[in-house]
Design a protein around this ligand. Structure first.
Ligand SMILES: [Zn+2]
Length: 243
């Protein structure tokens, strides 16, 4: 998108793109005529230089563009907000973003607006990365899984012989290093397969050791399961193409 285009052209371009990606809603049914005939319309006052874009139905009904979207709380042009989202995505600081924005557009924007925008974007990403939702791997991707004891009583002596063993179960995708670790109550087939099912995408290639609880992995989620006997092999004995 050229930054030299008049703002209204950039705004129309941005709105069309955001509608296409379904970030904002375009084709809702008009409650007046029950049709889907909304097009963009500039509602600016005749003496105003600023545009005021809105959806207008062929029956004359208006509908706000940002209603119900991430952008509903902003009055800043969408093309400018998108510019800040791009800055945020490449980790440019708030102050630097504001400077760059001024250089590129000749406009100013308050630190409060940008700061809040950044905070909301961070929160959205944090929620998306919440460990309860994370799923790694995928078709053709190799995921290594392993269990490990994180607390134990050494040599069966000491003050806390009664302390329970604590095991964790972890997985890492070789292609992007995304990983997931969970403390597990036991190392049974039910526990470990449930975690794989929840956190490894279908059709992944799973590498594990020869622990018996993994024996049914290939029956779950269309996984391909390769076992590595740490005693003898560092790569799969059955598939020499995979490293
Ligand atoms: Zn209508």
């Amino acid at each position: 998108m050229s930054e030299k285009k008049p703002l209204i052209e950039k705004e129309i371009f941005t709105i069309n793109q955001l509608s296409e990606y379904k970030v904002i809603q375009k084709s809702t049914i008009c409650f007046n005529c029950n049709k889907k005939n909304f097009t963009l319309f500039d509602r600016k006052e005749s003496d105003s230089k600023k545009f005021l874009l809105t959806w207008r139905c062929s029956c004359g009904q208006y509908k706000a563009i940002r209603d119900g979207s991430f952008f509903s709380m902003y009055k800043t042009p969408l093309s400018e907000l998108i510019l800040f989202i791009r800055f945020w995505a490449v980790q440019i600081s708030i102050s630097k973003s504001i400077d760059l924005f001024k250089q590129m557009t000749g406009q100013t924007i308050t630190r409060k607006i940008v700061g809040l925008l950044y905070l909301r974007l961070r929160n959205i990403c944090t929620r998306a990365l919440d460990k309860k939702n994370i799923r790694i791997g995928g078709q053709g991707h190799i995921v290594e899984i392993d269990k490990s004891m994180v607390a134990r009583v050494k040599h069966n002596v000491g003050k806390d012989l009664a302390r329970a063993q604590v095991w964790m179960f972890g997985m890492i995708c070789r292609s992007d290093d995304l990983c997931y670790i969970e403390i597990v109550p036991d190392r049974t087939q039910y526990t470990l397969l449930r975690i794989c099912y929840d956190h490894i995408k279908p059709e992944s290639i799973i590498f594990s050791d020869t622990w018996s609880s993994y024996s049914k992995l290939s029956e779950v989620n269309n996984y391909t399961h390769e076992q590595v006997n740490h005693k003898y092999n560092f790569v799969s004995p059955t598939n020499s193409n995979v490293h």
